[in-house]
Design a protein around this ligand. Sequence first.
Ligand SMILES: Nc1ncnc2c1ncn2[C@@H]1O[C@H](COP(=O)(O)OP(=O)(O)OP(=O)(O)O)[C@@H](O)[C@H]1O
Ligand SMILES: [Mg+2]
Length: 365
Amino acid sequence: MKIQKIKVMNFRNYDNLELSFNPCKNIIIGRNGSGKTNIVEAIYVLALTKSFRGTREDVIIKHDKELTRIEGEVKEKRKESFKVILDKNKKTVKKNNTVIKRISDYISNINVILFTSEDLKLIKDTPNTRRKLINVDLSQFSNEYLKYLTLYNKILKQRNMYLKTLYLNGNASKDYLDIITNQLVEYGLKVHKYRKEFINDISLYISDIYKNITGIDGLKLTYKSDYDKSKEDILKSYKRIVNSDMRNGQTSLGIHRDDYDFTLRNVYLKDFGSEGEKKNAIIAFKLSELELFKNKKGVIPILILDDLYSELDKVKINNILEFINDDIQTFITTTEISKLSKRIKEGSKIFKVKNGIVEEVTYEK
Ligand SMILES: Nc1ncnc2c1ncn2[C@@H]1O[C@H](COP(=O)(O)OP(=O)(O)OP(=O)(O)O)[C@@H](O)[C@H]1O
Ligand SMILES: [Mg+2]
């Protein structure tokens, strides 16, 4: 999958910007705050309809403007056009100039794998952050996943509400709680199946890729879930904790508590890993996803490496970039072009960003 062109209006620090990209590597250089991440963010928004930065969706609209528009041409089997238009209260998405009503139908069209330093949260932060990041990735693999996750969350809310009702009114029907619990487990098991399969698939690649980058063996990713057992046993567990759940008005078991762990030679990276080890582990995870896309969907996603450089030495960076074949369209943002090998620079299109002005430059040997 290749993004050939992008055109943005009122996006972050850009009024109007139009760029044509290289089908292989694209390097975006410039000082801090010049607008490098904003360019790759525009590609990400075109694919997933929202940013990976900021809490509110409208932060991407240029200050003092009402509306932003991102358009792009992407070629997979054939060339198709995509458009995301966002104003303060509405988002419209179009594929080949036709409005797509459901966002979930739109976001599996352009597949993007992104690495940003924010992704270190995948190791460092709370389970909640890890689940969110994995949800974004899994939703690109399957529309069904998001559907079941949404259904699960809806039932979970109902269950929590009903637990409170039961606590306040001892006469309320417990049978109804059983019905909701059964439904919760059914949807939860669907989500669990997708997550488990995903982690198992990632595990096929992650250790080898990590070894390629660092020369070190033994990186593993494991999935921990309350649903790692049969439906019968899960239902029994719910029965066991029903009284405390009623007191708390909360469901204390379920896939909303799932977690993932990175270990390096059986040691938890979140507790003991160095910054560089964590970063390489996340990159190995992202490159494993790329392999998964290739093998499961028959699609090569667009790879974005935002600010790959901080904390990594020259050798590791070039190991990573050498690993990425030329059939993968890659975007690399950096302030330090000197860390890139000559070979990588020669095969790339280089964009220089200065105060929101983007200029294509040729590599000088
Ligand atoms: N909605 C917005 N409207 C106008 N300008 C914005 C908006 N959001 C962010 N900016 C500006 O965009 C500029 C460039 O941001 P960007 O994150 O792309 O920089 P960068 O080149 O990636 O820098 P770094 O090397 O530090 O990562 C910042 O100065 C920021 O203030
Ligand atoms: Mg940046």
